[in-house]
Design a protein around this ligand. Structure first.
Ligand code: GLU
Length: 447
């Protein structure tokens, strides 16, 4: 899509200022493509420089992380924390440990997080961090030493009113535990609200682990309801097999769907009988094994090495692995096989041309910043529980999560309608999130 001259000018500045950061450029462009009707209606946003101010992080922290492996060898990684926007609350967003991490990835994630967090309606700003550390094949002790070294460098920049990190790819309950322990040791404070995704006995929230996957399914369920449909009897393909994918599988099954394919970085499995949740949890969460092992012990299932999971026919696809995993080839396969709904559990998993293909073909499409906001929303619920030294039941927390997802869906649908693109959740999410942040920035003046 073409950008208007004003927005193209802003985008050129972003490209110039952030050379080589392709993922960040992609994330910014997608938001700017939605903003034309907004700046026409509210020219004061341009006058107040809201767009360049929103595209420039408040602060970008890059640090060295030295750690020792079990053999005593010293390794050096690069750590990041990008504190993007704090108009609505303390910076909030996860930490990603993955060898592909560089500044451009953290910036794209941080940028997305601003709008996602705004859409939740909770008082949280946007930020993201991580390291180019590869947790694969590392021992538990190596993970601990890396997390401690990482937190030693990060600790001076975070706090429950400043910046509250959580997990993302490669960072789950175990890593949050090691980082929380190191922060506690360094500061001498039991500051529960400094990290989210904590364990249940030490300040964590029930349903946080499940929240992103559950939330994506709740959001997709709202989309289905608009045409009188439900998950009951639907055939699903879910990419990935991490925290998001596994709990999307659980909730989809609870709502009567059958999930026939899931994947990891090596390939995908197909089980036409419906993937077994308990086996998948044991394989991926307890044993940390490869997805191919599922097919080794289930004769009705098959494993496809490499390839694209989107070739498996389905009614609904939930990309829950990583950015740009669903390209135009995947989109075409889904469309040709009759898929009618795509909701993103990962951050920016669909490429721009894939999104355009879905929209052209009339496939309902929900972007990650709306559909996967349940994770961070439940993090905000964890912060609430920490602040009031309370601990809610699973049922209550899940109910709150569902209310929030219904609210986000409503906000996206209404905003898309108001801005002349009914049914376009990309516009709804980008504009809905942007308006909240922009209005807060306007109210606070030039700071
Ligand atoms: N990493 C998650 C996301 O992409 C969760 C962030 C959080 O809980 O702060 O939204």
């Amino acid at each position: 899509m073409e950008l208007s001259p004003t927005l193209q000018e802003e985008f050129d500045i972003v490209i110039r200022r952030n050379p080589g950061e392709a993922e960040f450029h992609q994330a910014v462009r997608e938001v700017l493509e939605s903003l034309d009707p907004v700046i026409k209606k509210r020219p004061e946003y341009v006058e107040y420089g809201i767009i360049p101010r929103i595209c420039e992080p408040n602060r970008q922290i890059i640090f060295k992380v030295n750690w020792q492996d079990d053999k005593g060898r010293v390794h050096t990684n690069r750590g990041f924390r990008v504190q993007f926007n704090s108009a609505l609350g303390p910076y909030k967003g996860g930490l990603r440990f993955h060898p592909s991490v560089y500044l451009g990835i953290i910036k794209f994630l941080g940028f997305e997080q601003i709008f996602k967090n705004a859409l939740t309606g909770m008082p949280i700003g946007g930020g993201k961090g991580g390291a180019d550390f590869d947790p694969k094949g590392k021992s538990d002790n190596e993970i601990m030493r890396f997390c401690q070294a990482f937190m030693t460098e990060l600790s001076g920049h975070i706090g429950h009113d400043i910046d509250v990190p959580a997990g993302d790819i490669g960072v789950g309950g175990r890593e949050i535990g090691y980082m929380f322990g190191q922060y506690k040791r360094m500061t001498g404070r039991y500051e529960s609200g400094v990290l989210t995704g904590k364990g249940l006995t030490w300040g964590g929230s029930r349903a946080r682990t499940e929240a992103t996957g559950y939330g994506t399914v709740f959001f997709a369920d709202e989309m289905l309801k608009l045409s009188g449909e439900s998950f009951d009897g639907k055939k699903l393909v879910i990419s990935g097999s991490g925290n998001v994918a596994i709990y999307a599988l659980e909730k989809a099954q609870q709502l009567g769907a059958s999930v026939v394919a899931m994947s990891d970085s090596g390939g995908y499995i197909v089980d036409e009988n419906g993937i077994d949740l308990e086996q998948m949890q044991d394989l991926k969460e307890v044993r940390r094994g490869r997805i191919s092992e599922y097919a080794d012990v289930n004769s009705q299932a098959r494993y496809v090495e490499g390839g694209q999971i989107w070739d498996v026919p389905c009614d609904v696809a939930l990309p829950c692995a990583t950015q740009n995993e669903l390209n135009i080839g995947g989109a075409r396969a889904l469309i040709n096989n009759g898929c009618t709904l795509v909701a993103e559990g990962a951050n920016m998993p669909s490429t721009p041309d894939a999104i355009r293909a879905f929209q052209k073909a009339g496939v309902r499409f929900a972007p990650g910043k709306a559909a996967n906001a349940g994770g961070v929303a439940t993090s905000a619920l964890e912060m609430q529980q920490n602040a009031s030294r309370d601990s809610w039941s699973f049922e209550h927390t899940e109910e709150r999560l569902q209310e929030i997802m219904v609210g986000i869906h409503e906000r996206c649908a209404e905003t898309a309608e108001e801005y002349g693109r009914p049914g376009d959740y990309v516009t709804g999410a980008n504009v809905g999130g942007f308006l909240r942040v922009a209005d807060a920035m306007m109210a606070m003046g030039v700071i």
